[in-house]
Design a binder for this molecule. Structure first.
Ligand code: ADP
Length: 398
């Protein structure tokens, strides 16, 4: 059985085709500049590639290009799209409505559209992509929605509420929703499997550190707190996002520079974080290189980010009254052994002990703590596409 996994933005479309017999990726690709000129880059698992510039006025033409790439191009992997059993969509915002993945019915599609108020850059694009799939593949092809937020729906109200006047929660649904839930879910399931324990019996802290970063606390098998908030801006410093800061710093700057809410949004989401402080890049590799060459703002950016991560992990240990396993994932979490070492050195007081040799291992699932360590620490490559495909299969098998 083959599942087509779609991650659609307003002008881009990432996809994978996964054979669920062995959970192998058959092909993956990217359509870009949808709404303008249009281009597809498609790669089969055996290395064959197909690229083309082709008009994509809407997502429908993008899906047609994907079907051509998968079934007819030099990098084809199937004979017909009929071989595909279902389509799984990554959906950014499920609000308080979606507590888990679901079959996309007319009602679900309407709800995803309505939640566009909370995720204006994402949900409307997902809706366009779902409608384009119906047009291209027919309404009989099952489509499943997998939400970035649903794993976090188990948070208690004391964790998800903001200390604003309650009416804003009632009127607009202003609260913490979290993000990266598919990744936190995936790696926490892996930890339980690696520990050979029921997830309900271990306290886990998962650190998804990529361009976007979030940390989640998992107790009794469910998420009890997460660092991203109403939007992915909350939490700690990321590539271009501020993370948490005193909101009065923003109202002060807005007044001084006569900035609109849209300006503040742009500055906080796209011009801040590691990029904003270092002035070098949003990519930690470039910033670490600059710091090593003596760039002091680059040093500061890296140190701030690590310090904030340490504080989040520490606060979640307190919130859960302990931790049994800590996981690192995402581009930074999986690749930056220096960051892992520095962060974990702040937890030696509670018996965390790291093996330098294990911490050096790269590109695979590994337990980097020693046998004596009181907390097991893992690096687990995340695989959100596989998680979406598994949920899609589970839902259509019901
Ligand atoms: P996204 O959040 O877009 O999915 P990734 O999870 O792939 O991104 O993370 C990308 C980030 O990973 C890069 O911006 C870079 O900061 C970081 N990264 C990748 N390799 C390394 C490394 N060896 N050292 C430090 N950072 C790294």
């Amino acid at each position: 059985m083959k599942i087509f996994v779609v991650n659609a933005g307003s002008s881009s479309l990432k996809y994978q085709l996964i054979d669920m017999e062995n959970e192998q990726v058959l092909c993956k690709g990217l359509c870009e500049r949808i709404g303008e000129s249009g281009a597809i880059t498609h790669k089969a698992a055996d290395g064959r590639t197909y690229t083309a510039d082709t008009a994509m006025p809407t997502h429908s033409e993008a899906f047609e290009a994907v079907v051509y790439a998968m079934t007819k191009s030099d990098a084809k992997v199937i004979n017909s799209f009929d071989e595909v059993s279902a389509i799984g969509h990554r959906i950014v915002q499920g609000g308080s409505i979606f507590k888990g993945s679901c079959l996309i019915t007319d009602k679900a599609l309407q709800d995803i559209d309505d939640l566009g108020a909370l995720a204006p850059l994402h949900n409307p694009a997902h809706v366009l992509a779902i409608k384009a799939c119906i047009k291209t593949f027919g309404s009989d092809k099952p489509q499943v929605a997998v939400f970035d937020t649903s794993f976090h729906q188990t948070m208690p109200d004391k964790a998800y509420m903001f200390a604003l006047p309650y009416k804003y929660y009632e009127k607009y649904g202003v609260r913490k929703y979290g993000a990266h839930g598919t990744s936190h879910h995936f790696v926490s399931d892996r930890v339980a499997a690696l520990e050979g324990k029921d997830k309900k019996d271990i306290k886990i802290i998962t650190c998804h550190l990529g361009n976007g970063c979030s940390i989640t606390a998992i107790k009794d098998g469910v998420c009890v707190d997460t660092s991203m908030g109403f939007t992915p801006l909350d939490g700690f410093m990321m590539g271009t996002r501020t993370g948490t800061l005193d909101p009065s710093a923003l109202t002060f700057i807005a007044e001084k520079e006569n900035l609109s809410p849209a300006d503040i949004n742009r500055i906080c989401n796209k011009e801040s974080g590691v990029l904003g402080v270092s002035g070098v890049s949003n990519d930690n590799r470039d910033v670490i290189a600059a710091a090593n060459e003596g760039n002091d703002r680059a040093r500061l950016a890296i140190q701030m980010q690590r310090y904030q991560i340490i504080k989040f992990i520490g606060s979640y240990i307190a919130a859960m009254n302990g931790v049994d396993a800590i996981v690192f994932t995402g581009g930074i979490g999986e690749n930056d052994k220096g960051l892992r070492k520095e962060i974990l050195e702040s937890f030696t007081y509670m018996g965390v002990e790291i093996s330098d040799e294990k911490n050096d291992i790269h590109g695979e699932e590994v337990k980097i703590s020693t046998e004596n360590s009181k907390v097991n620490v893992y690096v687990i490559p995340t695989n959100e596409e596989l998680a979406i495909a598994r949920d899609t299969l589970a839902i259509i098998s019901k």
